[in-house]
Design a protein around this ligand. Structure first.
Ligand SMILES: [Zn+2]
Length: 419
């Protein structure tokens, strides 16, 4: 009986507790496989021990694998790595310190006008900022609703348009909840398109219609703020488990690679293609305007990789060679400011075989001419817990590369500008 009461109390505690989960003394490992054998051991560990949070899949092309371990398993992880002679470094001994330093500033009515790029914002604040922009610049900016979520929220974005007859750039960001640098960078892009004095940026804002969704997984994003900082999926319940990986749920080669049917997995692909309302409703929104879109960008972290379709094959399909040339120039422009190196390749050759992703779907099903997926900073030092002082440099260099993509895409005949 006493046990039963204790159990009930602990359930109640979970329900009423408003404190986010703490990651005290959880450590971030950067594991450095040198051989296929190392990769195989790491794959076996990933399969056998779901309690380790792999931020990267162990694949032959990987330079490193970020793994988070809870305190009581660190010894096991380290002895596994040592006994298999796999190199590693601990880049963060206590990731709770990083989380505590994220300085989540909250808007008040007096500071809603200005978004700053030295801290991460909540969904509520991002939406309030978008609404304010639309209210201030009604001639050029409007709020757009790209879909809805399991918990009934809107997937809210912004459209920037300086007149009819323009081709479109579509930006989808934050589909993985914990990758906070993605919405932050996307907000910076919006801010530049609205306020920059730079002639190239002003021309980019003027010449295209911009459809931008900073947070396409609102339920997950909120949960990563108030419940569990390292949350990746949406928040639909499956028995005792929660969430589908929304970037494995799109209806293109669904479940073929790097996704699975186990709801406890971080890459759970869902019960079927487009089973999730977020991916399904957003895809319907994109489909309705597909013939307008010349460029589709998806923002993620981390690894400093520019990915292009497809994730199911290393074959250079569609306009692979053009997309690579444009992408290489863009990554040259990105590196120019701070020297940040990016790898570029199709999803399958650059990181791993992965299917059911948004960029593959828009490329294959909608024939969007150019589709890229960014894995933003960094390379294994902080991963998804990128410190706030890197928001601005990450955003600036990314904006440089987006402008270069537009320039190069025009050179290669992909973007027509105003008709
Ligand atoms: Zn991601």
């Amino acid at each position: 009986m006493a046990l039963k009461i204790f159990y009930l109390l602990s359930i109640l505690f979970v329900v009423v507790s408003s404190e986010p989960f703490r990651f005290d003394n959880y450590s971030l490992y950067k594991v450095l496989p040198k051989s296929l054998k190392d990769v195989k051991y790491l794959q076996e560990l990933q399969d056998a021990a779901p309690e380790f949070d792999f931020w990267d899949d162990p694949v032959p092309t990987a330079d490193y694998i970020n793994i988070v371990s809870k305190p009581e398993l660190k010894k096991d992880l380290e002895s596994f790595l040592a006994s298999n002679e796999i190199d590693f470094v601990i880049t963060q001994e206590n990731i709770q310190e990083l989380i505590d330093n994220e300085k989540k500033k909250t808007y008040t009515r007096s500071n809603i006008r200005t978004m700053e790029f030295d801290n991460y914002y909540t969904l509520e604040d991002i939406y309030a900022w978008l609404e304010d922009l639309a209210a201030r610049f009604p001639e050029t900016i409007s709020i757009i609703i790209g879909g809805t979520t399991y918990e009934g929220r809107e997937i809210k974005g912004i459209k920037i348009s300086h007149g009819p007859g323009r081709r479109a750039v579509f930006i989808e960001s934050g589909i993985h909840a914990r990758e906070w640098i993605a919405p932050a960078t996307t907000n910076f892009i919006i801010n530049e398109l609205v306020f920059s004095d730079d002639e190239e940026i002003k021309a980019a804002a003027r010449d295209f219609d911009w459809y931008i969704f900073p947070v396409t997984n609102p339920d997950g994003y909120i949960w990563s703020h108030v419940g569990f900082r390292l949350w990746r999926k949406n928040r639909r319940p499956f028995g005792n488990e929660f969430g589908v990986d929304l970037n494995r749920n799109w209806n293109d080669n669904w479940l073929k690679e790097s996704a699975n049917l186990n709801p406890s997995s971080n890459t759970y692909a869902g019960p079927g293609p487009f089973s999730e309302i977020e991916a399904r409703s957003l895809s319907a929104y994109i489909t309705d305007m597909a013939d307008k879109i010349d460029l589709y960008l998806s923002f993620h972290s981390s690894g400093q990789i520019l990915l292009l379709p497809f994730g199911n094959t290393t074959e250079p399909l569609a306009n692979y060679y053009d997309a690579m040339k444009i992408g290489r120039r863009a990554m040259g422009a990105l590196a120019f400011r701070y020297g940040t190196p990016y790898t570029i390749g199709n999803i399958a050759e650059a990181i791993y075989f992965a299917t059911g992703t948004s960029v593959d779907w828009v490329k294959e099903r909608l024939k969007i001419p150019l589709a890229y997926c960014y894995e933003l900073r960094d390379r294994g030092q902080y991963g998804h817990l990128l410190p706030p002082d890197q928001i601005l440099p990450t955003s600036e260099e990314t904006m440089d590369s987006v402008i270069e993509i537009l320039f190069q895409a025009k050179r290669y005949g992909y973007m027509r500008g105003p008709e």
